[in-house]
Design a protein around this ligand. Structure first.
Ligand code: AGP
Length: 612
């Protein structure tokens, strides 16, 4: 939800800002803009549409002599994605500009009050009030004026301010939206997310809620917004590299990230399973074994794809630890009447660690004394820092809006956590645990051998189905959430209307949709639900649906029943959801690419949803 970059140093600023925005474009791509200080004057360029539109406008300004500036890529909340509504937004004089990610909730009363005082507004955005409000307080100290203005503001923000009359300073602040500083000897960088900093530095400082930073050439200071007191923070060295956030020869990030899954899963498992014994080690978990042993209930909270990972984990956790599990969509959980206490573990799952609803959910759970464990991919994210315990997924940076490798790494981590809890509570036979652990280790190799041939063999299916208007997915048990995930992947990347159902639910309504035009993909591995799934497949075939099955290698019965089949090697049935995620991801990718869709940046979406 909007990406912010800032730079003050010795380099020419325009290329630094554009490179940063390029890496943050996944956060919003309705419009973009930059501002830099040139000879004590602020020069602003904005364009509606994708970043390439702004780049075209900036063709003649790449080499401009300026080494301080801000950039923004927008996901519209207030006001259409026009050039006038694009950030940066300026005060009345044009000497002060603001870029912002978040929502100013009291903007309309502030705007009215500022208009009364003679301020003129040019956009429909909530952000513009920030520029005028800071202008109202500004005498000669930009940081003090920003602090005073923010004291009047309700809502969420990560923001950065530039003032023509202070040409070597950027002021930034955050409340409920992410912001990270990058540092080196000669410069300071600012970004909504780490990938924007990676080409320049891996030394980062995470800004916390209620903090304000003043950035200069190679130096910065941080203060509390509330009382102005100084905050001393250690920097963190990030182990992601710049190339990890590039396409590496693939046509889209989504495809690259699908291909990266075996490596990402290996990194997620690395050092967490002892191959000789199958024991699980989760050092630095942050929640003691004693607390975990006393847990009476687990509540899983997440959004979107991460919620699908939670649905799979319910099956695993209940089966192997015998602890009752609830799964909640974060936007529902945060407003629900909660029955939580110290012996209920709240487990939040998020790739970004910044999703507003999930964050709010975890904060509410903490108010009840529930220990909170976060499963996150983004290092140093708000969730990772605020939770009592953290398990990182080690998928590396995920850029495509459609989540793929983060999902299978979430599943891997949830499976590891299940085994860890089962081991602690002695609810699993050690021999079974060892077998499951070893199979999980081998799974990455199975996937690695599979992706390329699967992509190739899928082409006939893509040609038959890429023009479909609707698509159904079914699965049972552990594969039901994968049916939901397949439908979500397809709809978000290709805009085909798609729904996922539990196989047994079909005859309670959705079967009415089936006719000879309806494509239906059935997940049908030879697992314990297989006989029931076959009955569903028969029912579907009897109604002439265009049936694709994804099943176990050599299943001739399935091959006969379906028009198309994708066969996968047999693995332990507990691991099927990780393996069966692959074909539904690839199918969605290939169909979207065949339809000429903007695969990595689907319309109306943004990678991390930092507003409610
Ligand atoms: C996944 O493909 C989606 N784009 C989306 O559902 C995503 O999983 C959801 O917004 C949650 O994000 P998070 O994992 O960063 O919290």
């Amino acid at each position: 939800m909007c990406g912010i970059v800032g730079y003050v140093g010795t380099r020419k600023v325009v290329p630094v800002l554009l490179a940063g925005l390029r890496r943050l474009e996944y956060r919003g791509y309705d419009s973009a803009g930059i501002v830099y200080n040139h000879q004590n004057r602020l020069v602003r360029h904005r364009a509606s549409g994708k970043l390439s539109e702004l780049e075209a406008v900036l063709d003649d300004h790449i080499g401009v002599e300026s080494s301080i500036g801000l950039g923004h890529t927008r996901w519209a909340t207030h006001g259409a994605p026009t050039e006038l509504n694009a950030h940066p937004h300026s005060d009345c004089t044009g000497d002060l500009v603001v870029v912002h990610n978040g929502i100013i909730e009291n903007y309309s009363s502030l705007r009215e009050a500022l208009k009364q005082k003679g301020h003129t507004f040019c956009s429909e955005t909530d952000t513009e009030v920030l520029a005028h409000l800071i202008e109202e307080h500004l005498i000669d100290d930009l940081a003090a004026a920003t602090r005073a203005a923010l004291a009047q503001v309700e809502g969420s923000y990560a923001l950065a301010v530039l003032w023509a009359k202070d040409p070597e300073t950027i002021v930034a602040a955050r409340r409920q939206s992410p912001l990270v500083l990058g540092t080196d000897a000669e410069a300071c960088y600012l970004a909504s997310d780490i990938p924007a900093l990676l080409p320049y530095t891996r030394e980062v400082v995470f800004l916390d809620d209620g903090e304000l930073a003043v950035l200069g050439k190679g130096q910065y200071s941080i203060r509390q917004l509330a009382d102005g007191s100084e905050v001393h923070k250690e920097s963190t060295t990030i182990d992601w590299t710049a190339t990890m956030a590039e396409k590496g020869g693939h046509r889209h990030f989504m495809l690259k990230e699908i291909y990266e899954q075996p490596i990402a899963i290996r990194s997620t498992i690395n050092g967490r399973i002892m191959p000789e014994t199958g024991r699980i080690l989760l050092p630095g978990l942050g929640i003691s074994d004693e607390v975990l042993t006393g847990i009476k209930r687990i509540v899983l909270v997440a959004c979107g794809t991460s919620w699908h990972a939670a649905l799979v984990a319910k099956y695993w956790l209940e089966k192997w630890t015998a602890i009752p599990v609830e799964v909640d969509i974060a936007s529902e959980f945060r407003y629900r009447h909660l029955l939580l206490h110290e012996q209920v573990l709240t487990l939040v799952i998020s790739q970004s660690g910044e999703t507003a609803d999930t964050l709010a959910g975890m904060r509410r759970a903490a108010q009840f004394g529930s220990p909170v464990l976060a499963i996150c991919n983004a290092v140093g994210s708000t969730m990772a820092r605020e939770a009592d315990g953290i398990l990182y997924t080690h998928a590396g940076p995920e850029i495509s809006v459609a989540s793929t490798k983060a999902f299978t790494c979430q599943l891997t981590t949830l499976f590891l956590f299940t085994l860890y809890l089962a081991q602690l509570r002695q609810s699993i036979d050690p021999a079974v645990q060892k077998e499951l652990g070893l199979q999980l280790i081998q799974l990455a190799d199975v996937m690695s051998a599979l992706i390329k041939p699967m992509q190739k063999n899928m082409q006939a299916i893509i040609e038959s189905y890429y023009e479909a208007r609707d698509f159904l997915f079914i699965g049972r048990g552990l594969n039901y959430p994968i049916a939901l995930e397949g439908a979500l992947k397809l709809k978000e990347t290709s805009y085909i209307h798609a729904e996922g159902y539990a196989g047994g639910e079909l005859k309670h309504g959705p079967i009415a949709l089936i006719d000879a035009d309806m494509p239906l993909l059935a997940l049908a591995p030879q697992d314990s639900s297989y006989p029931k799934t076959i009955s569903n497949v028969q029912e579907i075939k009897a109604r002439q649906a265009r049936l694709i099955v994804v099943g176990s290698e050599g299943d001739s019965q399935l091959a006969e029943l379906s028009r198309h089949h994708i066969f996968l090697p047999k693995v332990h049935e507990e691991l099927n959801p990780i393996l069966y995620a692959l074909p539904v991801q690839l199918l969605a990718y290939e169909i979207a690419a065949r339809r000429g869709c903007d695969v990595d940046q689907p319309r109306n979406l943004a990678k991390s949803v930092t507003v409610e």
